[in-house]
Design a binder for this molecule. Structure first.
Ligand code: RP5
Length: 165
């Protein structure tokens, strides 16, 4: 198994979520992390969701990124079955363009079962990847160095845009 292979799982409620979540997958790969990618629905395949959560830690997963739109119970339902950190990404499904429904479903977890909710949509998808990297970087010097480089490059891009205005 390659280094950092499948230590992060990216789970989404539907294949219709993939266009947004591809940004998360791509960002993880930028940091050398190849995630396990799954389509699992809290509502349509609740048994598979339960089995995934129950076995994630013993399968070597360290962090789960869970994305869903509409009622968006995926992140919370996984969080109830594992103590692995869950990063939730609320999505604006086509039937609910603003994604506020999914945001509230993802963020409003009862005390004792946290989900780290990101912003709605692509910004949240990208930040979920970066947040996962930040957690992993606490015990991985190479990842910590990559994060520092990422922040530096991001800063330089803004400065360049500023001087071009
Ligand atoms: C959610 O319902 C999924 O995460 C998706 O965002 C939304 C719509 O799913 P589809 O009807 O496109 O499969 O569970």
């Amino acid at each position: 198994m390659a280094e950092n292979n499948k230590i992060v799982a990216v789970v989404m409620g539907s294949d219709s979520d993939m266009p947004t979540m591809q940004a998360c997958i791509d960002k993880l790969k930028d940091f050398g992390i190849t995630p396990e990618v799954r389509i699992i629905s809290a509502h349509r395949t609740p048994d598979i969701a339960a089995d995934f959560a129950d076995n994630a830690a013993k399968n070597g997963t360290k962090i789960i990124i869970a994305a869903a739109g509409m009622a968006a119970h995926l992140a919370g339902s996984l969080a109830g079955r594992t103590t692995l950190p869950i990063i939730g990404v609320p999505l604006a499904a086509s039937q609910s363009p603003a994604g506020i429904d999914a945001l509230l479903s993802t963020v409003q977890m009862p005390s004792g079962v946290p989900v780290a909710s990101m912003a709605i949509g692509k910004a949240g998808a990208v930040n979920a990847a970066i947040f996962a990297v930040q957690i992993l970087a606490l015990s991985d010097e190479k990842l910590a160095a990559k994060l520092a480089d990422f922040r530096k490059a991001q800063r330089e891009k803004v400065i360049k845009k500023d001087s071009a205005v």
